[in-house]
Design a protein around this ligand. Structure first.
Ligand code: C2E
Ligand code: MG
Ligand code: MG
Length: 333
């Protein structure tokens, strides 16, 4: 009861000179003597409960042994991840994105992988949430930007036709003050022309504080970097922000692409998104294209670029040039 009362108080908007601040609180509770007898033990127990509350989305949680176990495992993962950076176990895979016409490859997306000494190649869903929680994502995101720019420049230097490489930007990274600096140094260090770099953001990231987002996007835009909205249609989809934000491209959420052909509704939604992109003069990428049927449907729409297992899974940087060379054969009738 105390926890919820506190939370209500903290939810009251706070008036600041620059505007109104809406804060949310996650509260972890621990009881003495059940959860610890010293001040330190109690704080530790409350801290673990706070992470449980955070996971549940700004709630209140009482300490429990199960929650403690989960918290401890997450801390272990966080520790491991810290070492991963040191030991250079993080790698980028690249997935080609192609145009439906005969224009060849236009782009690739950089996707993070963790080459774990015991578990093998670990996918981002398993460790990005922890990186977000601990804040390590800012450092890792910085590494991803540098590595992707360096690789893209290396492909160009090796004589490959220049292509845009997109990099996913996490929420914490987008909100951190170092993003702009990080993008700038990645470009400078690699010598990559900014037109070949694209940043992927999600709708929810842009809606947290739209005014601040517009400012950051304008600065990135000024650098000459392209911006796309990832998983478009899966978030809050406020169409209002589309006309206000300086963005270049929409990436249709995989969920709509999956049932193309079998669900008339998904077909209609994809067509509507394509119409929005066309009228706002935005690029359009369909993600998760797995079959020739889906590719055929999308080909009929305005300038859809396509990405999915039908063309290629994400692959190691060394093999991407081969995959690109083989892509031209993959044009569905
Ligand atoms: P995303 O940015 O939407 O990336 C697309 C995901 O869909 C990738 O999963 C990709 O492997 C998968 N995919 C591509 N084609 C197909 C297909 O035809 N069918 C199916 N079922 N899936 C397909 P992945 O690599 O596991 O990444 C998952 C998510 O993790 C990404 O979603 C992105 O949100 C995040 N992520 C990946 N790399 C990074 C990174 O460097 N930084 C940050 N902040 N997030 C990242
Ligand atoms: Mg993405
Ligand atoms: Mg996506």
């Amino acid at each position: 009861i105390v926890g919820h009362a506190l939370q209500e108080c903290l939810q009251e908007p706070v008036a600041l000179a620059e505007g109104v601040l809406h804060a949310q609180a996650s509260i972890g509770l621990a009881l003495s003597p059940e959860h610890g007898e010293t001040r330190g033990d109690l704080l530790c127990a409350a801290d673990a409960a706070m992470y449980v509350a955070k996971r549940a989305g700004s709630s209140v949680a009482l300490h429990s042994p199960a929650g403690e176990g989960r918290h401890r495992r997450r801390l272990e993962v966080a520790e491991d991840l810290f070492m991963a950076l040191e030991r250079e176990e993080l790698v980028l895979a690249y997935q080609p994105i192609r145009t439906p016409a005969d224009l060849g490859l236009v782009a690739a997306e950089a996707l993070l992988r963790w080459n774990h000494p015991e578990s093998g190649l670990v996918l981002p869903a398993r460790f990005i949430p922890t990186l977000e929680e601990t804040g390590q994502i800012v450092q890792v995101g910085d590494w991803v930007l540098r590595a992707a720019c360096r690789q893209n420049r290396a492909w160009q230097d090796a004589g490959l036709a220049p292509m845009r490489v997109s990099v996913n930007v996490s929420t914490r990274q987008f909100q951190s003050e170092t993003l702009l600096q990080s993008v700038q140094s990645a470009l400078e260090e690699s010598g990559l022309d900014p037109v070949w770099l694209e940043l992927e953001l999600t709708e929810s990231q842009l809606l947290v504080d739209t005014e601040a987002a517009i400012e950051v996007l304008a600065q990135l835009n000024a650098l000459g970097v392209a911006i796309s909205i990832d998983d478009f249609g899966s978030g809050y989809s406020s169409l209002n922000y589309l006309k206000r934000l300086p963005i270049d491209c929409l990436k249709i959420d995989q969920g709509f692409v999956r049932d193309l052909g079998s669900s008339a509704k998904d077909g209609a939604i994809v067509e509507a998104i394509a119409a929005v992109a066309r009228s706002l003069n935005l690029g359009l990428v369909a993600e998760g294209v797995e079959t020739a049927g889906q590719a055929r449907f999308l080909r009929r729409l305005y300038c859809t670029e396509m990405q999915g297992y039908f063309y290629s899974r994400p692959v190691a940087a060394e093999v991407l040039p081969e995959i690109i060379a083989a892509l031209d054969a993959k044009i569905p009738a």
